[in-house]
Ligand binder design. Sequence first.
Ligand SMILES: [Zn+2]
Length: 117
Amino acid sequence: MTPYVKYLQDGTLPDSNTEATRIKVSAPLYVLENGVLYRKSFNGPNLRCLAPQQALDVIKEMHEDLCAQHSDYRTVVSRIMRQGYYWQTIYRDTAEIIKACDACQRHGTVLPKQGRA
Ligand SMILES: [Zn+2]
């Protein structure tokens, strides 16, 4: 996240050429508003980019919250994005946290099963 903020603020690029190219290529997908990084969205409001610790809290909240009932990762990711949040590894991080969820390990994920009344 930080390299994007630096680049959008004053054009500063990372020292590594590979990293610099990656930032330049994907920077147009992001916008900085009042110092906060957002990922541009074409079908809704821009998504606020979260730092790793904030992202963890959001995943846990969305996954464990009463209404979510330990939802599977696709459901959790779409809920997070509907709340207006985004980060680059959103799918991987969410899948990993849910895989490690203690309650899900014990009772299995609550998923609607095909063919069950
Ligand atoms: Zn769970």
